[in-house]
Design a protein around this ligand. Structure first.
Ligand code: NAP
Length: 525
């Protein structure tokens, strides 16, 4: 019989059996891994650039990435719709100021369709390994559907794609239904059930109000309370939508206003004292207004600075916690038993359903265990739990490799789609330089990468992320912020506008005719 962890890990990605069939590799100039915002964005930009020789390999049976995988009740983006979308594909039809999962997923599928990506995307293709072969200057990929080779490899796997299960004793012994929030089991009806939700992060604040009215009992197991802010989510009226359709400039102006408004949040995050004065007061008032019980309020009050962990917008989470069928459990979880969960006070809550909303492998992404660069070195061995990349995009020792939303390109205050678009501009400019100069490989110089990482470390000093008094998934094994860009996205955009070849080691093509670069790679494959 499958254990709970096997069941939890083995469902929902849509991945086929992991058997690589043999045969000659299919060669492409560029292999993109993942068909979420990153991979699809890369594909569109390549097509716009006139580059058609690429493939998008997606392990799931459909495109959409995180918005295909996360289908938990209440799943919604906490970044405004007008900003959480491609700048080159505005959607005047958004129906809410903060879009729900289905609408974002539909948007991505529509954008992929409109840009004719159908023939380029291979769903059900799980990449099992990607190895750089120095002699021929190519990436060799094994996928669940056969081998591929490529001159360039683009990782668009996303930092929040591998569910993380807590290391709780007895987790395999639970006899009820158990699943991770990103692998929601829709065949399991939670109506009238006794449900436990472990974790109180971004997913839980959306799950709890959605399922509370349906379940018999809801136990929310909290280890650390987080800051919750008032949410200005509302339907977008037909009139507004008509306005955006008729006057696209109005939607651009709205996007711009949202962008600059969110950008100002960086001030709070960079200056913890400011965070204490302004947003923490707003969040405390929100809590006081919504929760009258002083004891519950105390248990929901964070002890770290605002922004140290991701700030959660919700008007429905606190009210749901005050409902008679809901219990906030703050005693630590000792073990999972066949019947439920036992906490440190010795009591056991009997449960039918156990949901783990316990986050993702971010600084220890499993994908790093499948990428081998120069000298056969695994990315995982190079990083050792402390990811480093040049400009968050390229990695020394890994030629012709780009990572979208790589180390230090995440954000706590605004849209990561903005960061993806900056990286796409950088990669496209790199490909132009490669073509123009007749290069076969590019790879960031180790000294340039070290300088960049040191610069990030200097910038994050004194910020809420490192000095805010919390342990978050932004921090890596060494306590370094390896996840967030510690500044304004304006700076990131400026830094990635032009590809800086001077910071890269390059290999010229043997018979340096720029137009022959692709042909040579083809011949080597
Ligand atoms: P998360 O924010 O990482 O939260 C995980 C929760 O699980 C935390 O409360 C954590 O407690 C708890 N936890 C972990 N291990 C535990 C254990 N052994 N015992 C008890 N509790 C444990 O995960 P998430 O809610 O899935 O969100 C992850 C990220 O996904 C977000 O930060 C966000 O970037 C993204 N997301 C975005 C949206 C959106 O609207 N755009 C929605 C959902 C998710 P501690 O705090 O004590 O570690």
């Amino acid at each position: 019989m499958a254990t709970t962890t096997e069941r939890l890990e083995g469902t929902g990605s849509g991945a086929p059996e992991q058997t690589a069939s043999k045969g000659p590799p299919e060669h492409v100039r560029i292999a993109i891994v993942g068909a979420g915002f990153s991979g699809l964005g890369m594909a569109i930009r390549l097509k716009q650039e006139g580059i058609e020789d690429f493939v998008v390999l997606e392990r799931a049976e459909d495109i959409g990435g995180t918005w295909q995988a996360n289908t938990y009740p209440g799943c919604q983006c906490d970044v405004p719709s007008h900003l959480y979308s491609f700048s080159f594909a505005p959607n005047p039809g958004w129906t809410r100021t903060f879009s729900k999962q289905q609408e974002i997923w539909d948007y991505l599928r529509r954008v992929a369709d409109e840009h004719g990506l159908g023939g380029y995307v291979r769903t059900g293709h799980e990449v099992l390994s990607a190895e750089w072969e120095e002699e021929v200057g190519l990436w060799r990929l094994e996928t669940s559907q056969g081998p591929f080779s490529a001159q360039f490899l683009v990782g668009g796997m996303g930092g929040l794609s591998e569910p993380k299960l807590p290391d709780i004793p007895g987790i395999d012994s639970f006899e009820g239904a158990a699943f991770h929030s990103a692998r929601w089991d829709h065949d399991h009806d939670i109506a009238g059930k006794r449900v436990g939700v472990v974790g109180t992060g971004a997913s839980t604040v959306q799950i709890v109000p959605s399922i509370q009215p349906k379940v018999e009992r809801l136990h929310v197991f909290q280890r650390t309370p987080t800051w919750v802010m008032p949410h200005n989510d509302r339907p977008i009226s037909r009139l507004e939508r008509r306005l955006y359709r008729r006057f696209p400039g109005a939607q651009r102006a709205m996007r711009s206003a949202i962008y600059w408004g969110r950008e100002s949040f960086v001030l709070w995050f960079r200056h913890p004292k400011l965070a204490r004065r302004v947003p923490e007061r707003i969040a405390r008032r929100h809590l006081t207004t919504q929760v009258s019980d002083p004891e519950l309020r105390r248990r929901l009050t964070p002890t770290f600075r605002f922004g140290c962990k991701r700030v959660l917008p919700s008007n429905a989470y606190y009210p749901a916690l005050t409902q008679p069928n809901v219990e906030l459990v703050t005693d630590g979880i000792e073990e999972v038993t066949p019947k439920g969960v036992r906490t440190s006070d010795g009591s056991e809550r009997e449960l039918d359903t156990l949901v783990f909303a316990t986050g993702f492998h971010v600084t220890d992404m499993p994908a790093t265990r499948m990428v081998r660069g120069r000298d056969g070195l695994l990315l995982d061995d190079v990083w050792q739990g402390s990811p480093q990349a040049y400009m968050g995009t390229t990695v020394a020792g890994f030629p012709n490799f780009f990572l979208l939303l790589g180390p230090n390109t995440g954000l706590g205050h605004t849209s990561v789609v903005f960061m993806i678009e900056c990286q796409l501009a950088y990669i496209i400019d790199c490909l132009r330089a490669v073509q123009r100069r007749g290069l076969t490989t590019i790879e960031p110089r180790p000294d340039a990468q070290a300088r960049f990482v040191a610069e990030i470390a200097r910038h994050e000093q004194g910020t809420v992320w490192t000095d805010g008094g919390c342990v978050s998934w932004y921090l890596d094994r060494t306590g370094r912020n390896a996840t967030l860009w510690p500044g304004s996205t304006v700076t990131f955009k400026r830094r990635t506008r032009r590809f800086d070849l001077e910071n890269y080691a390059t290999t010229p093509a043997p018979s340096a005719s720029p137009s022959r670069v692709g042909e040579q790679a083809q011949a080597a494959a």
